[in-house]
Write a protein that binds this ligand. Structure first.
Ligand code: COA
Length: 185
Protein backbone atom coordinates (compact mmCIF):
# COMPACT_ATOMS: atom_id res chain seq x y z
CA UNK A 1 0.00 0.00 0.00
CA UNK A 2 1.23 3.47 -0.90
CA UNK A 3 0.87 6.27 1.65
CA UNK A 4 2.23 9.72 2.42
CA UNK A 5 3.42 11.12 5.70
CA UNK A 6 4.96 14.54 6.41
CA UNK A 7 8.77 14.40 6.37
CA UNK A 8 10.52 15.19 9.65
CA UNK A 9 14.12 15.92 10.66
CA UNK A 10 14.50 12.20 11.39
CA UNK A 11 14.21 11.59 7.63
CA UNK A 12 17.30 13.67 6.81
CA UNK A 13 19.62 10.65 6.62
CA UNK A 14 17.47 8.66 4.22
CA UNK A 15 16.77 11.71 2.05
CA UNK A 16 20.49 12.40 1.86
CA UNK A 17 21.17 8.81 0.85
CA UNK A 18 18.49 8.79 -1.83
CA UNK A 19 19.81 12.04 -3.30
CA UNK A 20 23.16 10.37 -4.01
CA UNK A 21 21.64 7.50 -6.01
CA UNK A 22 22.45 7.73 -9.74
CA UNK A 23 18.95 7.01 -10.98
CA UNK A 24 17.41 9.58 -8.64
CA UNK A 25 19.59 12.40 -9.96
CA UNK A 26 19.71 11.26 -13.59
CA UNK A 27 17.12 13.76 -14.81
CA UNK A 28 17.16 16.42 -12.11
CA UNK A 29 19.84 18.57 -10.46
CA UNK A 30 19.66 17.84 -6.75
CA UNK A 31 22.63 19.85 -5.56
CA UNK A 32 24.85 19.11 -2.62
CA UNK A 33 23.32 19.50 0.80
CA UNK A 34 24.65 18.39 4.13
CA UNK A 35 22.71 16.36 6.66
CA UNK A 36 22.66 19.40 8.92
CA UNK A 37 21.13 21.55 6.17
CA UNK A 38 18.52 18.92 5.39
CA UNK A 39 17.66 18.48 9.06
CA UNK A 40 17.37 22.21 9.60
CA UNK A 41 15.18 22.61 6.52
CA UNK A 42 12.88 19.81 7.65
CA UNK A 43 12.67 21.30 11.14
CA UNK A 44 11.29 24.51 9.63
CA UNK A 45 8.43 22.72 7.91
CA UNK A 46 4.94 23.11 9.39
CA UNK A 47 2.70 20.57 7.62
CA UNK A 48 -0.50 21.93 9.18
CA UNK A 49 0.17 25.43 7.77
CA UNK A 50 -0.79 24.09 4.33
CA UNK A 51 -4.44 23.94 5.36
CA UNK A 52 -4.35 27.55 6.59
CA UNK A 53 -2.78 28.84 3.39
CA UNK A 54 0.53 29.64 5.05
CA UNK A 55 4.24 28.83 4.56
CA UNK A 56 6.05 27.94 1.38
CA UNK A 57 7.72 24.57 1.58
CA UNK A 58 6.27 21.18 2.40
CA UNK A 59 7.62 17.68 2.06
CA UNK A 60 6.23 14.18 2.39
CA UNK A 61 7.79 10.75 2.54
CA UNK A 62 6.16 8.25 0.21
CA UNK A 63 5.85 4.88 1.92
CA UNK A 64 5.23 1.48 0.37
CA UNK A 65 3.85 -1.03 2.84
CA UNK A 66 5.12 1.24 5.60
CA UNK A 67 8.69 1.44 4.28
CA UNK A 68 10.10 4.78 3.16
CA UNK A 69 10.32 4.67 -0.64
CA UNK A 70 10.68 8.27 -1.83
CA UNK A 71 9.62 11.83 -1.38
CA UNK A 72 7.37 14.59 -2.70
CA UNK A 73 8.13 18.28 -2.19
CA UNK A 74 5.71 21.13 -2.63
CA UNK A 75 6.61 24.79 -2.99
CA UNK A 76 3.80 27.30 -2.83
CA UNK A 77 4.84 30.18 -5.06
CA UNK A 78 1.85 32.44 -4.40
CA UNK A 79 -0.91 31.89 -1.87
CA UNK A 80 -2.97 34.86 -3.16
CA UNK A 81 -3.35 33.10 -6.48
CA UNK A 82 -3.25 29.52 -5.19
CA UNK A 83 -0.11 28.63 -7.15
CA UNK A 84 2.21 25.78 -6.24
CA UNK A 85 4.72 23.44 -7.85
CA UNK A 86 5.85 20.02 -6.79
CA UNK A 87 8.65 17.56 -7.33
CA UNK A 88 9.06 13.90 -6.53
CA UNK A 89 11.42 10.96 -6.55
CA UNK A 90 11.54 7.32 -5.60
CA UNK A 91 14.60 5.50 -4.35
CA UNK A 92 16.05 3.23 -7.03
CA UNK A 93 14.66 0.06 -5.48
CA UNK A 94 11.11 1.43 -5.62
CA UNK A 95 11.08 2.76 -9.17
CA UNK A 96 9.17 1.13 -12.04
CA UNK A 97 6.61 -0.39 -9.70
CA UNK A 98 3.77 2.04 -10.32
CA UNK A 99 4.15 3.66 -6.90
CA UNK A 100 4.47 7.35 -7.66
CA UNK A 101 1.14 7.85 -9.43
CA UNK A 102 -0.98 6.71 -6.47
CA UNK A 103 1.20 8.74 -4.12
CA UNK A 104 0.66 11.89 -6.18
CA UNK A 105 -3.01 11.09 -6.50
CA UNK A 106 -3.32 11.20 -2.71
CA UNK A 107 -1.57 14.54 -2.68
CA UNK A 108 -3.87 15.93 -5.38
CA UNK A 109 -6.96 15.03 -3.37
CA UNK A 110 -5.54 16.67 -0.26
CA UNK A 111 -4.38 19.83 -2.04
CA UNK A 112 -7.43 20.44 -4.20
CA UNK A 113 -10.04 19.44 -1.65
CA UNK A 114 -8.50 20.72 1.58
CA UNK A 115 -6.22 23.67 0.80
CA UNK A 116 -6.48 26.98 -1.12
CA UNK A 117 -4.20 25.69 -3.90
CA UNK A 118 -5.86 26.06 -7.29
CA UNK A 119 -3.05 25.49 -9.78
CA UNK A 120 -0.36 22.85 -9.35
CA UNK A 121 2.62 22.77 -11.69
CA UNK A 122 5.22 20.09 -12.35
CA UNK A 123 8.27 20.30 -14.56
CA UNK A 124 10.56 17.61 -15.77
CA UNK A 125 13.46 17.21 -18.11
CA UNK A 126 12.29 16.48 -21.65
CA UNK A 127 14.27 13.22 -21.39
CA UNK A 128 12.43 12.02 -18.29
CA UNK A 129 9.94 9.71 -19.98
CA UNK A 130 8.83 7.96 -16.78
CA UNK A 131 7.99 11.22 -15.06
CA UNK A 132 6.02 12.48 -18.07
CA UNK A 133 4.06 9.25 -18.24
CA UNK A 134 3.13 9.55 -14.58
CA UNK A 135 1.89 13.13 -15.05
CA UNK A 136 -0.05 12.24 -18.21
CA UNK A 137 -1.66 9.29 -16.47
CA UNK A 138 -2.81 11.50 -13.60
CA UNK A 139 -4.47 14.00 -15.92
CA UNK A 140 -1.91 16.81 -15.85
CA UNK A 141 -1.93 18.89 -19.00
CA UNK A 142 1.21 19.54 -20.98
CA UNK A 143 1.55 23.32 -21.26
CA UNK A 144 4.79 23.77 -23.11
CA UNK A 145 8.53 23.45 -23.31
CA UNK A 146 10.74 25.60 -21.09
CA UNK A 147 14.02 26.08 -22.92
CA UNK A 148 17.29 25.61 -21.02
CA UNK A 149 15.42 25.48 -17.75
CA UNK A 150 18.17 24.02 -15.57
CA UNK A 151 21.76 22.91 -15.74
CA UNK A 152 22.36 19.17 -15.45
CA UNK A 153 25.93 17.83 -15.48
CA UNK A 154 27.12 20.99 -17.20
CA UNK A 155 24.43 21.09 -19.91
CA UNK A 156 21.36 23.31 -20.01
CA UNK A 157 18.32 21.07 -20.29
CA UNK A 158 14.86 21.88 -21.63
CA UNK A 159 11.94 21.01 -19.36
CA UNK A 160 8.34 20.17 -20.07
CA UNK A 161 5.79 22.10 -18.05
CA UNK A 162 2.66 20.33 -16.85
CA UNK A 163 -0.14 21.72 -14.72
CA UNK A 164 -3.44 20.78 -13.18
CA UNK A 165 -6.09 23.23 -12.03
CA UNK A 166 -8.53 22.44 -9.27
CA UNK A 167 -11.29 22.55 -11.88
CA UNK A 168 -9.40 19.97 -13.97
CA UNK A 169 -9.10 17.75 -10.92
CA UNK A 170 -12.78 18.04 -10.08
CA UNK A 171 -13.69 17.24 -13.69
CA UNK A 172 -11.61 14.04 -13.77
CA UNK A 173 -14.18 11.37 -14.31
CA UNK A 174 -13.67 8.64 -13.45
CA UNK A 175 -10.86 9.35 -11.00
CA UNK A 176 -7.49 8.13 -12.30
CA UNK A 177 -7.33 4.42 -11.54
CA UNK A 178 -3.85 4.57 -10.01
CA UNK A 179 -5.11 4.63 -6.41
CA UNK A 180 -6.53 1.17 -6.91
CA UNK A 181 -3.49 0.05 -8.89
CA UNK A 182 -0.95 1.14 -6.30
CA UNK A 183 -0.13 -2.37 -5.34
CA UNK A 184 3.29 -2.44 -6.89
CA UNK A 185 4.99 -2.79 -3.51
C1 COA B 1 10.00 9.28 -12.42
C2 COA B 1 9.41 8.40 -11.30
C3 COA B 1 8.84 9.28 -10.22
C4 COA B 1 8.30 7.54 -11.92
O1 COA B 1 7.64 6.84 -10.91
P1 COA B 1 7.45 5.25 -10.99
O2 COA B 1 6.50 4.87 -9.93
O3 COA B 1 8.80 4.63 -11.01
O4 COA B 1 6.79 5.13 -12.44
P2 COA B 1 5.96 3.90 -13.01
O5 COA B 1 6.47 2.61 -12.49
O6 COA B 1 4.51 4.19 -12.81
O7 COA B 1 6.27 4.01 -14.55
C5 COA B 1 5.62 4.97 -15.35
C6 COA B 1 5.88 4.66 -16.80
O8 COA B 1 7.23 5.00 -17.11
C7 COA B 1 7.93 3.86 -17.56
N1 COA B 1 9.27 3.93 -16.98
C8 COA B 1 9.57 3.80 -15.69
N2 COA B 1 10.89 3.98 -15.52
C9 COA B 1 11.41 4.20 -16.75
C10 COA B 1 12.72 4.44 -17.24
N3 COA B 1 13.77 4.51 -16.42
N4 COA B 1 12.87 4.65 -18.56
C11 COA B 1 11.81 4.60 -19.40
N5 COA B 1 10.54 4.37 -18.98
C12 COA B 1 10.36 4.17 -17.67
C13 COA B 1 7.14 2.67 -17.05
O9 COA B 1 7.34 1.54 -17.86
C14 COA B 1 5.73 3.19 -17.16
O10 COA B 1 5.30 3.14 -18.50
P3 COA B 1 3.77 2.79 -18.88
O11 COA B 1 2.93 3.85 -18.19
O12 COA B 1 3.75 2.87 -20.37
O13 COA B 1 3.53 1.43 -18.31
C15 COA B 1 10.50 7.48 -10.69
O14 COA B 1 10.96 6.59 -11.66
C16 COA B 1 11.65 8.24 -10.09
O15 COA B 1 11.57 8.63 -8.94
N6 COA B 1 12.74 8.47 -10.86
C17 COA B 1 13.92 9.16 -10.36
C18 COA B 1 13.65 10.58 -9.89
C19 COA B 1 12.93 11.41 -10.92
O16 COA B 1 13.21 11.37 -12.10
N7 COA B 1 11.96 12.19 -10.43
C20 COA B 1 11.14 13.05 -11.26
C21 COA B 1 11.81 14.32 -11.54
S1 COA B 1 10.76 15.32 -12.59
Amino acid sequence: MVALRPASPADAAILKRWRTEDSVGRHQPLGDVTMAQLRAELARHRPEALYRGQNEKFQWIVTADGEPAGWITLVVTNWDHGLAEFGYALATAYQRRGLMAPAIEQLLADLFLNTPIERLEARCSVDNVASQKVLDKLGFRYEGRLRGYFRLRGERVDNNLYAMLREDYLALEPRPPSAQEGSGS
